[in-house]
Design a protein around this ligand. Structure first.
Ligand code: CO8
Length: 263
């Protein structure tokens, strides 16, 4: 599939998807969501890709939400189908086995914030603005925002953002735990790729195990989560990476992870 609404690149095990609809501040329309599904499908079956980075084209916007020209035309059934489609794509993103970083380079509004919330963590440029402004359109978030935002920043912060529709500047988003790091716009991709490279150099099996256990455990009680950790820990010990990592430490050299499962 040729991509028209996203750019898709892979270098040194790091995939970068750039939302690219400059005339609409990279708003999410149906065609873009279809392309994103396709790209995520390619990534999911490519074992050489170790980290995914999402960002927006240009200097002004990550994603300014779902495309309001499409939403405005929806009747009730179409609205349900569009919200389901967006949620399915965003869930697929969240369920990717590899780490996913959002590099938010401007407006992350509505569906744009919801996309970033489904990533494993967020780096943002100083000019980034986060918000769920749907209430100002007479609707509510439909791509998971009412569910993921309270889980990340707490009920009351999320309610304030959703009830007012106000935008939160990057530094404030960092203060409430929505964003991990804020940097100048011209260094955002370099900083994000530096972290992505550091992660990509780690063991493939252990990275996937860590993500799976964290994501599954957060919805379980502590004892169940810890039991999942024991199983995943044991699986990691059976990997070539574990043998290499522990041997490299004892031999006082840097580990060279290859990613195989057999010990
Ligand atoms: N959809 C479509 N077009 C958009 C969008 C959008 N979300 N955002 C911006 N654009 C377009 C503008 O219409 C404008 O186009 P044109 O040049 O043809 O007039 C162009 O992008 C540039 O935008 P502005 O001129 O408005 O730029 P400003 O710098 O003045 O303002 C803002 C930037 C503040 C980001 C402003 O554009 C804005 O408020 N945008 C809308 C943000 C918003 O409300 N997002 C939430 C959308 S709803 C949503 O995401 C719900 C998800 C769940 C849906 C469930 C489906 C049923």
């Amino acid at each position: 599939m040729a991509y028209e609404n996203i750019l898709y690149d892979v270098n040194d095990g790091i995939a970068v998807i750039t939302f690219s609809r400059p005339k609409a501040l990279n708003a999410l329309n149906g065609a873009l969501l279809d392309e994103l599904v396709q790209a995520l499908g390619e990534i999911a079956v490519d074992e050489d890709i170790r980290v995914l980075v999402l960002t927006g084209a240009g200097e002004k916007s990550f994603v300014a939400g779902a495309d309001i020209t499409e939403i405005a035309k929806c009747n009730t059934l179409q609205a349900k189908l569009f919200a389901r489609k967006g949620q399915a794509v965003i869930s697929r993103l969240q369920e990717l086995a590899i780490p996913v970083i959002a590099a938010v380079n401007g407006f992350a509004l509505g569906g744009g914030s919801e996309m970033a919330l489904a990533c494993d963590f967020i780096y943002a440029s100083e000019n980034a603005m986060f918000g769920l402004p749907e209430i100002t359109l007479g609707i509510i978030p439909g791509f998971g925002g009412t569910q993921r935002l309270p889980r990340l920043v707490g009920l009351n912060r999320a309610k304030e953002m959703i009830f007012t529709g106000n935008m939160l500047p990057a530094a404030e988003a960092r203060d409430i735990g929505l964003v991990n790091k804020v940097v100048p716009l011209d260094t955002l991709m370099a900083e994000t790729l530096k972290t992505a490279s550091a992660i990509a150099a780690k063991g493939k099996v252990s990275l996937r195990a860590a993500k799976q256990v964290i994501n599954a455990g957060i919805h379980a009680d502590l004892a169940t989560g810890c039991a999942m950790e024991v199983d995943a820990f044991a699986l990691c010990m059976a990997s070539e990476d574990a043998k290499e990592g522990t041997t490299a430490f004892l031999e006082k050299r840097k580990a060279e992870f290859k990613g195989g499962l057999e010990g």
